[in-house]
Design a protein. Structure first.
Length: 255
């Protein structure tokens, strides 16, 4: 007996789509003397969001030669972030950065007009990672964030116009890689002195294992607990990292 395949689910990084659209419509206005204000037309931003979703969806369907049913899901970040309980300084460098003027108005419009997915304490990346890896998922991730290499599945990087598939082995490798190099944008440090070149060399020569990670941290005078903090904030959640009943993340631990 054949099983009908699930409709293709296109998972959008809605944070990025809405942020880019609302940023692009901001216009400074000088009213005279020293008075300046920032103007934004939410309707214009909504149109840009809609155009972006339509054009990127068409590219995805065309690339994968998909002619059947499909669904669009817009994934948003929650105001709270569970990683800040693991590492209080996580993204603290972004604390004073404002959202574009009409961001929240346009976000509300998206929520009223599209299927959206947002969960307590999770970032949009986590929502996407969970949906992309749930059993039986037939999905494609659409974002411009390079961090999605840590999620197994199909991905379209629309900022670089690149399609690629990530196996579970590759995703696990990139998670360890990210643990080593950290992320200055998200304000977690990784292993001191370990850049992209040295991290890749280490994992390729010594093996992409937790033991390799721990040894690298210990050589810098740190502990396995220090390494685990970095690994947990670097981990984009997968379905196996999430308790669907309690709606809480399951913190990553090495096998």
């Amino acid at each position: 007996m054949s099983t009908k395949q699930q409709p293709l689910r296109i998972l959008f990084d809605a944070d990025m789509v809405v942020f880019r659209a609302t940023s692009s419509v901001e216009t400074p206005i000088q009213w005279g003397n020293d008075l300046w204000t920032l103007h934004a037309d939410a309707g214009e931003a909504q149109a840009k969001v809609d155009d972006t979703i339509v054009s990127l969806t068409e590219k995805v369907l065309r690339h994968y030669k998909h002619e059947g049913e499909y669904e669009i899901t817009m994934c948003f970040s929650d105001n709270e972030n569970f990683r800040k309980r693991i590492l209080p300084t996580y993204k603290i460098n972004r604390a004073d950065k404002r959202k574009p003027v009409c961001y929240f108005g346009v976000k509300k419009w998206v929520e009223e007009n599209f299927t959206c997915y947002q969960r307590p304490g999770l970032e949009a990346d986590d929502c996407i990672g969970i949906l992309a890896t749930v059993k039986g998922s037939n999905s494609i991730i659409v974002s411009g964030d390079k961090d999605f290499k840590t999620i197994p599945g199909r991905f379209y990087d629309f900022l670089r116009n690149e399609f690629y598939d990530i196996t579970q082995e590759e995703a696990d490798y990139w998670h360890l890689f990210q643990t080593l190099i950290g992320d200055t944008t998200d304000n977690y440090k990784g292993c001191p002195g370990c850049g992209a070149v040295s991290a890749k060399k280490l994992l390729d020569s010594e093996g992409a294992t937790w033991e390799t990670i721990v040894e690298a941290f210990e050589k810098k005078g740190l502990t396995e607990s220090d390494a685990l903090v970095q690994a947990r904030v670097a981990r984009i959640l997968r379905a196996s990292d999430y308790d669907f009943e309690t709606k809480k993340p399951i913190l990553w631990s090495p096998n």
